[in-house]
Design a protein around this ligand. Structure first.
Ligand SMILES: Nc1ncnc2c1ncn2[C@@H]1O[C@H](COP(=O)(O)OP(=O)(O)O)[C@@H](O)[C@H]1O
Ligand SMILES: [Mg+2]
Length: 317
C-alpha cells in the first residue's frame, strides 16, 4: 500500500534521512523506532508531503505521490501530531470536524461522526463545546486521535501520539486506541522512541539510526535475529520482558508437551496469547495449569512447561 524507494532528505549540509526503502502492506501497523534525531519524523512527513524528499520516490496504492496534489493527498491521510496540534480557538467538536468540513460533509453527518468518535475515545459529551485548554493532556490527545480518524482515511500517520503524556495516562490512551476497530482496519505508520510502545503496537518495526534503516522486521525477528550489535544492544535493557511479549504460545507449539490427560477440566486460553500474558493469567487466576488449542491439538501450559518451551525456542531459533 505504501512503498518508499531510496528516499533521502537533506537539510542544507545535514542528511536527516539517508537512502531508505520500505514497503508497508494494507492493514499493517508499521512502527518507525529510534532515538531522537534519527530521522523518524522527517520520514513520516515525507509520506504525506509535509516534507519533500531530496531524492527517491514514494508510492501509495502504486501511485507516485509527487504526481498528486499535496492538499488532496494530505486530506486523504489521517495525521496525529506529537503535541496534539489542536487549534486552541476551535472547540473540541470543531477540531474533530476539520477534515470532514474540508470535504464539505453536511452538518448532521459531521455532528453524528463527532459524537461517535467522542464516544469511542471515551470523551464525555460535556466537552463537545469545550476548548482544548479546558481538557487534560490525555483528553487532548484523545481529541487529536478522533480528529485523525474523523474522515475514515485508510492510512493513519502518527508521530509520537502518546509521547507527551505521563506513563499512566499514556498506557490508558494507548490501550483504548488499540481496542478501537479502526486500529485493526487501518494501515498505520507510527513514530516512537519508546521500545515498549513499539512492541505493543507493531506488526513490523523499522529500527532507524542516523537517518538509516538498520533493520526491519517483526518484533520477534528484531529480538531473536538481530542483524548487528546495534540492534542487539538497542533492546538489551528490556530484553526479557520484550521477548515474553513477542512470543506467542503458537510460536512455542512444537516445544510444548502434548496433553491427553485432563485438559478438559482446565481453563482454556488462546494460542495467540503471548508468554507475558500467559504468566499474568496463571498468576492472577491462581491456576497451576491452563490449556490452549491450535488446529485441534491441545497443550497443557504451566509455569515450568512454558519456561522449558521458551528456552527451547530460543535455542533453536
Ligand atoms: N526543518 C529542519 N531543518 C534543519 N534540520 C532539520 C529539520 N528538521 C529536522 N532536522 C534535523 O534532521 C534530523 C532528523 O530529525 P527528525 O526527523 O525530526 O528526527 P526524529 O523524529 O527521529 O527525532 C535531526 O538532526 C534534526 O535536527
Ligand atoms: Mg520526531
Amino acid at each position: 500500500m505504501i512503498e518508499a524507494k531510496n528516499i533521502t532528505k537533506k537539510f542544507r549540509q545535514q542528511t536527516a534521512v539517508d537512502n531508505i526503502s520500505f514497503n508497508i502492506e494494507e492493514g499493517e501497523n508499521f512502527v518507525l523506532l529510534g532515538t531522537s534525531g534519527c530521522g523518524k519524523t522527517t520520514t513520516l512527513k515525507m509520506l504525506n508531503r509535509l516534507i519533500e524528499p531530496t531524492a527517491g520516490s514514494i508510492y501509495i496504492n502504486q501511485k507516485n505521490i509527487e504526481e498528486q496534489n499535496a492538499e488532496t493527498l494530505r486530506r486523504s491521510i489521517g495525521y496525529v501530531l506529537q503535541n496534539t496540534g489542536l487549534f486552541p480557538h476551535y472547540t473540541v467538536a470543531e477540531n474533530i470536524a476539520v477534515v470532514p468540513n474540508l470535504f464539505k460533509w453536511n452538518k448532521e453527518k459531521i455532528r453524528l461522526r463527532v459524537e461517535e468518535l467522542m464516544r469511542k475515545l471515551h470523551l464525555s459529551k460535556e466537552y463537545y463545546n469545550a476548548y482544548p485548554n479546558e481538557l487534560s493532556g490525555g483528553q487532548q490527545q484523545r481529541v487529536g486521535l478522533a480528529r485523525a480518524l474523523a474522515a475514515d482515511a485508510a492510512i493513519l500517520l502518527m508521530d509520537e501520539p502518546f509521547g507527551a503524556l505521563d506513563p499512566i495516562t499514556r498506557t490508558k490512551v494507548r490501550t483504548d486506541f488499540i481496542n478501537l476497530e479502526e486500529f485493526k482496519k487501518k494501515t498505520i505508520v507510527l513514530v516512537t522512541h519508546d521500545v515498549q510502545e513499539a512492541f505493543e503496537l507493531a506488526d513490523r518495526i523499522c529500527l532507524m539510526d542516523k537517518g538509516k534503516i538498520i533493520q526491519t522486521g517483526t518484533p520477534a525477528e528484531l529480538l531473536f535475529k538481530p542483524v548487528d550489535s546495534f540492534v542487539k544492544t538497542f533492546f538489551d535493557e528490556q530484553r526479557l520482558q520484550l521477548e515474553y511479549k513477542s512470543v506467542t504460545l503458537q510460536m512455542l507449539w512444537q516445544f510444548l508437551k502434548d496433553d491427553h490427560s485432563n485438559t478438559s477440566s482446565l481453563k482454556e486460553i488462546s494460542s495467540q496469547t503471548n508468554i507475558w500474558q500467559a504468566l499474568e493469567y496463571l498468576n492472577t487466576n491462581n491456576d497451576d495449569s491452563v490449556s490452549t488449542k491450535n488446529n485441534n491439538t491441545v497443550k497443557e501450559i504451566n509455569y515450568a512447561s512454558l519456561m522449558h518451551a521458551f528456552n527451547q525456542y530460543k535455542k533453536y531459533n
